[in-house]
Design a protein around this ligand. Structure first.
Ligand code: TRP
Length: 351
């Protein structure tokens, strides 16, 4: 069986370098490798609304922004079906049936939901829709019978819960679903890139992100201000790599080629790290190197963005067309589910 791949993002802001190494780069690799049956990328606007009910504009305006970020980064709509969640109504019908197969206790145990509730201060104001979004995410995945789900580390519990829902459906009503598998980025540093301030996560609200669309000046300014080792005061002091954002970004982005080009005194990142740990290497030098690396990666993306920004109408057309394709696919799954659940009254009454 050929792979059906599905992944998605909530459209709440432009994509940053954390998204790039955590998911976009994996998607590009899948796309280039080819050989799959289908590859869907879903813009999860409905999911984004579960904690933005009063900020609909923020979500809807960012749909096109996120899609432009994808296209600029090299996602090719000829090879990948990019669609909008809210435009595929079958997903909500599927969600309804799945809701009966999940307990409140199980949802409460989902570690990602747990930490998101705490982060948003939702203890007493938790919207039901937000609490249930893992179930709707299971519908996103299972509607297309996707078997490969490329995600960042924080999404693994969602894939796990999806597998449980799939098995529960299969054993309750009959086999419809294959169990999907989550696939993490190969480099550990890429699972969750920290913010430029050293905080665990890049987040728009904290203001610690480097965006794909940032200007060269913004990128440089953010790198020069990034958190390193607070005890590394003099150049001669030994420095720490652990928790040092500049080195984490280098782990995620730099190759030996970059050293040849921009810092030929070192052969690779290992040598640079060793020098830093020993003492005698200043932060500015490392930051300027990181700046060169990131500028090289982000410049072509930013340049392509300028082109796509001029073609917004065409991009929407592509999205609507793909959402219809996705809707047809999801309908097939829904029909199969209803047949197993004996909800196919029309077919039965004709017999
Ligand atoms: N929860 C994902 C995020 O926050 C977005 C998402 C929605 C998703 N549905 C999905 C990811 C299905 C993978 C598969 O980024």
């Amino acid at each position: 069986m050929k792979d059906i791949i599905l992944t998605g993002d909530r459209p709440t802001g432009n994509l940053h370098i954390g998204h790039y190494v955590g998911s976009v780069r994996t998607r590009l690799a899948i796309q280039e490798k080819g050989g799959y049956d289908k590859f869907y990328i879903m813009i999860a606007d409905t999911q984004a609304l579960t904690d933005n009910a009063k900020n609909v504009d923020k979500v809807t305006n960012n749909v096109i922004q996120v899609v432009i970020d994808y296209l600029s980064a090299g996602i090719d709509p000829e090879k990948t079906c990019i669609f909008i969640q809210s435009q595929v109504p079958e997903l909500f019908e599927i969600t309804s049936y799945f809701m009966n197969l999940v307990t409140v206790a199980r949802l409460k145990r989902n570690p990602t939901v747990k930490s998101e509730i705490a982060m948003r201060g939702f203890e007493n104001t938790l919207p039901v829709g937000f609490f249930c979004y893992p179930i709707s995410q299971a519908a996103d995945i299972l509607a297309f019978n996707a078997n490969i789900i490329p995600v960042g580390g924080d999404q693994m519990p969602m894939v796990e819960q999806t597998r449980e829902i799939a098995s529960s459906f299969n054993s309750t009503y009959g086999e419809v679903f294959t169990l999907p598998k989550g696939v993490l980025p190969e480099i550990k540093a890429c699972e969750r890139l920290p913010g430029t301030d050293g905080k665990l996560k890049m987040s728009k609200s904290v203001g610690n992100c480097i965006y794909l669309k940032d200007s060269p000046e913004e990128i440089k300014k953010k790198i020069m201000g990034a958190y390193t080792d607070p005890d590394h005061i003099k150049v001669s002091d030994p420095g720490k790599i652990q928790g040092n954002v500049v080195f984490t970004y280098l782990d995620a982005f730099c190759t030996d080629e970059h050293f040849k080009k921009y810092l030929p005194e070192y052969n690779n990142l290992e040598e640079l790290k060793n020098h830093y740990k020993k003492g005698g290497l200043g932060d500015v030098k490392v930051k300027l190197f990181l700046n060169n690396v990131l500028q090289e990666i982000l410049t072509p993306i930013r340049e392509k963005r300028a082109f796509f920004e001029q073609n917004v109408d065409k991009i929407y057309e592509m999205l609507f067309k793909n959402s219809e394709i996705a809707s047809k696919e999801a309908r097939k799954t829904l029909e199969k589910m209803k047949e197993k659940m004996a909800l196919n009254y029309k077919t039965i009454s004709k017999k």
